[in-house]
Write a protein that binds this ligand. Structure first.
Ligand code: FES
Ligand SMILES: [Fe+2]
Length: 340
């Protein structure tokens, strides 16, 4: 499997790692131990001792250092060995460390060449910071499927009409759909004019017909921001009518993914009952409907390559196919730059 490596991957939500609560998480097939030093800074080390390859997570964290539970070597947050109870420390006694940065209540890891890790390249998700904490709905939904199936799922929202009929569905198949490429992103859009609003949109348009828009902006490798909202038919939306949701798919292995999401809104932000109602609707749609379908889809595909199976393509696949093609190009150009 080829992954895009010189890119920031979200590795989790900041609240998942505490000073006394390290986190073991596999990203691109590499087991990584995340922990906080006493000053709160995050460290990311390959969870494999360079001595006899015991998991460092089976040891302990002591005074900002990771102590291997097998023979007691200790490593600092930069990966260098700081204690060898058996003799001298040499420069070879080093565990791989990864650049890690916190932003937007999330933490991000650079899986490629550490010399070119630039935190300016973390995608702009300022809509998360702009939303009061109580109106944000964070999630991580581990899913047993390849991350690109999760991208296909969000870039082809026609599935909502069939898989989420009681919450989100009913308007996409007949909506006006467009997809296009803009500055290295893929944009997929659906406009439903004068429609009966699905239940998830009822808080915005409780009675009568609605105009509903949904716009997904994808960027490599699999990060999408979805902008949606509804107004009574014929009424123009205001900036606060736009609700933004992060859908960020991060490969764990070839056939499993981390699905980080964050639902935000700009209206009625104090209404905790509404937050709870939205949380329930999101959980219903993502965990009880998308996840089982995606996992069964992966099981049917087995380890076969998506294109090798010869999928039939529908009009609604346009954006997802563009994204797959763009990602393939980026991965192969990165691989050819790395080639000797
Ligand atoms: S395997 Fe870690 S010290 Fe031996
Ligand atoms: Fe879905």
């Amino acid at each position: 499997m080829n992954w895009l490596r010189n890119i920031w991957y979200q590795a989790g939500w900041s609240a998942e790692v505490g000073t006394s609560r390290p986190l073991l998480r596999t990203i691109l097939n590499e087991p990584i131990l995340f922990y906080r030093t006493a000053d709160g800074a995050l460290a990311a080390l390959l969870d494999r001792c360079p001595h006899r390859f015991a998991p460092l997570s089976a040891g302990m964290i002591e005074n900002d250092r990771v102590v291997c539970g097998y023979h007691g070597l200790a490593f600092g947050s930069d990966g260098a060995c700081v204690r060898n109870p058996h003799g001298a420390i040499t420069s070879a006694m080093k565990v791989k460390s990864f650049p890690v940065v916190e932003r937007y209540s999330a933490f991000w890891i650079w899986m490629g060449d550490a010399d070119i890790a630039d935190s300016e390249k973390i995608p702009n998700l300022s809509f998360i910071d702009d939303t009061p904490e109580k109106a944000r709905i964070y999630g991580n939904m581990p899913t047993m499927c390849n991350y690109q199936l999760l991208t296909d799922n969000v870039l082809d929202l026609s599935h909502a009409d069939y898989l989420h009929p009681t919450t989100l569905g009913g308007i996409i198949t007949n909506a006006k759909a467009m997809s296009r490429e803009v500055d290295g992103t893929i944009i997929a859009e659906w406009q439903s004019v004068g429609c009966e609003p699905p239940n998830a949109y009822k808080p915005m348009v409780p009675t009568g017909l609605a105009d509903i828009w949904t716009r997904v902006v994808w960027q490599a490798p699999a990060l999408m921001v979805l902008d949606t909202g509804a107004k009574p038919a014929g009424i123009a939306p205001l900036p606060e009518d736009h609700s933004f949701t992060l859908h960020n798919m991060v490969p764990e292995t070839e056939t499993s993914s981390h699905y980080f999401f964050c639902v935000t809104r700009r209206f009625d932000v104090e209404n905790e009952e509404l937050t709870q109602m939205l949380r329930t609707a999101v959980t219903q749609a993502f965990k009880n409907e998308d996840k089982p379908m995606l996992e069964q889809q992966q099981a049917r595909m087995g380890s076969a390559d998506f294109w090798a199976l010869g999928p039939i393509l529908l009009k609604s696949d346009a954006a997802a196919v563009r994204a797959r093609r763009m990602l393939e190009k980026l991965i192969s150009s990165e691989a050819s730059n790395l080639a000797p």
